[in-house]
Design a protein around this ligand. Structure first.
Ligand code: BES
Ligand code: MN
Ligand code: ZN
Length: 528
């Protein structure tokens, strides 16, 4: 699919050669003298159309308009969310197979970067079709999307188009792997998919660890989950280098359970097919790397994907078994269906070797998170407020929302075990939080965040399919970090007492320094 951004007034739009012309009409719309504006002004006056988000008015072979099909779509206040709703509604009002070329015209004087991105992503989302295991299905028909602006696109809008195009490629990569059935997306298949992202000037390198490598490392917890399956596990290591080698990377860890039967603690049959989506965390990491390879931001990123199946078998892990994780902590497996945390804990320990600036794991981890937040927001947990705020803000900007949940120590109470350092489940209450508390034990050495995407990674029912979330959030976060780094003063320039904008800036009072306490003693804060 091809996206372009160009100046296109409403009078010029009337002559555009396209299959569907969508006019995005904000509440602040001011009609001109052209044919489209005139019809719109009359419809608004007669209240047959409203600029409220998602409201539509369709016309056919309108006088003075070259293209037969015009849809006026209410775009509310013109911000990202109503623009997305408008494009969504307009696309679902026509037969998708009838639109090869789509023109979206912003009937507004000013269009934000976020609105440009929202329009591109909604057009991609509304035209996506899965075909990999449907050889007779018709592929996506939409080929070309033109975004029309009142004025010549500025640098910010052009950058927004580039970002959105890369995000779409990443989201669709994640959707593709999420949607594939488990017999077409084994751990070996996922590793092969990861390898396609590397090389050829992509800035991405990929290394795949085999069962013997993982055994040698001592990932006893990850190996225990994989034991019950005929499919061999894989541990995928991706690296994107966009900044100096010395710069600490952000590490993304994606849960890659290619099918979750629950293991010996087997799940009920209803909707079990949806557990093919249990690798959507992994797919979001792959999708994010796909986008990074296209955009090449100045940042270093590592992707870690433990991939295996969770199956019942004569060799499978049993309730009550105690396994030894890579960290050395022993784990009593009280429920083999709480397998995500068992593979993620070893990946989190492995992440330490990269001396990361932050580690973010992404996992379809708990049904409890679906109960808590539904399909609107992903669950966010973090040990670091700056990281939490940056992720939540990135989600807001990308319209890929998340919501922070707590990590109070009291929630870890139920994870105590009589037979190991920790149990893999606590009671039913607060299940999303207790899962996060389990992971936190393996993330002590770096700023850490956990995104529980159990409710947001895929849709059920007639719209069953992967959403590609949270690729949009992750990409937005990484770009904001790269941008932030670029504007950081160098060590030399940040010496205090220098003049800023003509004003003398006083050196700040020396910050208190935290002094590490010897084992067992509380730490103390000292004035330096
Ligand atoms: N993959 C599931 C979580 C899940 C369930 C995601 C339903 C989306 C929809 C995970 O491995 C799991 O089975 N979690 C258990 C944990 C429980 C045994 C503590 C759950 O949520 O029921
Ligand atoms: Mn499970
Ligand atoms: Zn699972």
């Amino acid at each position: 699919m091809n996206f372009e951004l160009k100046p296109l007034s409403l009078s010029a739009a009337a002559a555009e050669k396209t299959d569907l012309l969508v006019i995005l009409v904000p509440e602040a719309f001011k009609p001109g003298q052209d044919a489209l504006s005139q019809v719109l002004a009359q419809a608004l006056k007669a209240e047959d159309f409203s600029p409220k988000a998602g409201r539509l008015l369709s016309t056919y072979r309108q006088a003075g308009v070259g293209t037969p099909r015009v849809v006026y779509a209410g775009a509310g206040d013109g911000t990202a969310r109503p623009v997305r709703q408008a494009v969504q509604a307009a696309l679902s009002s026509v037969r998708p197979e009838s639109v090869k070329r789509l023109t979206l015209v912003f009937a507004a004087a000013e269009v934000s970067a976020a609105a440009v991105r929202a329009a591109v992503q909604a057009a991609a989302d509304g035209s996506y079709v899965y075909t990999s295991t449907k050889p007779r299905a018709e592929a996506r028909v939409l080929q070309k999307v033109t975004l029309g602006l009142a004025a010549t696109p500025n640098a910010e809008q052009r950058a927004a188009l580039a970002q959105a195009t890369a995000a779409v490629a990443g989201i669709e990569f994640a959707k593709e792997w999420g949607n594939r059935p488990a017999n077409h997306a084994t751990p070996t298949d996922l590793a092969a998919a990861a390898k396609t992202l590397a090389g050829r000037g992509s800035g991405v390198q990929c290394e795949v660890l085999l069962p013997r490598d993982v055994a040698k490392l001592g990932m006893g917890s990850f190996m225990a989950v994989a034991r019950g399956s005929e499919q061999e596990l894989r541990f995928i290591v991706l690296r994107y280098q966009g900044a100096a080698r010395t710069q600490a990377p952000v590490v993304l860890v994606g849960k890659g359970i290619t099918f979750d039967t629950g293991g010996i603690s087997i799940k009920p049959a209803a909707e079990m097919d949806e557990m093919k989506f249990d690798m959507c965390g992994a797919a979001s990491v792959l999708g994010t790397f796909r986008a990074l390879a296209e955009l090449k931001p100045k940042i270093n990123v590592v992707g870690l994907i433990p991939a295996c199946e969770n199956m019942p078998d004569g060799r499978a892990l049993k309730p009550g078994d105690v396994v030894t994780s890579l960290s050395g902590q022993t784990i009593e497996v009280l429920n083999t269906d709480a397998e995500g945390r068992l593979i993620l804990c070893d990946a989190l320990t492995y992440a330490e070797r990269f001396k990361p600036r932050a580690v973010i794991d992404i996992a379809t981890l708990t049904g409890a998170c679906v109960v808590a937040l539904g399909a609107v927001r992903s669950g966010l947990f973090a040990t670091d407020d700056t990281l939490a705020n940056a992720l939540q803000a990135a989600g807001d900007r990308a319209q890929d929302l998340c919501w922070r949940l707590p990590l109070d120590e009291d929630y870890a109470e139920g994870l105590k075990s009589n037979f190991a350092d920790v149990a893999n489940v606590a009671g039913r209450a607060g299940g999303a939080v207790t899962a996060a508390k389990f992971l936190q034990r393996f993330a002590g050495k770096f700023p850490w965040a956990h995104l529980d995407i159990a409710g947001t990674a895929w849709k059920s029912g007639s719209a069953k399919g992967a959403t590609g979330r949270p690729v949009g959030l992750l990409l937005e976060y990484l770009l904001s970090q790269a941008n932030h780094d670029a504007h950081q003063p160098t060590a030399k320039a940040s010496v205090s007492n220098k003049a800023v904008a003509g004003k003398a800036v006083k050196a700040p009072a020396k910050a208190p320094v935290k002094v590490a306490a010897p084992r067992g003693k509380p730490s103390v804060t000292k004035k330096a």
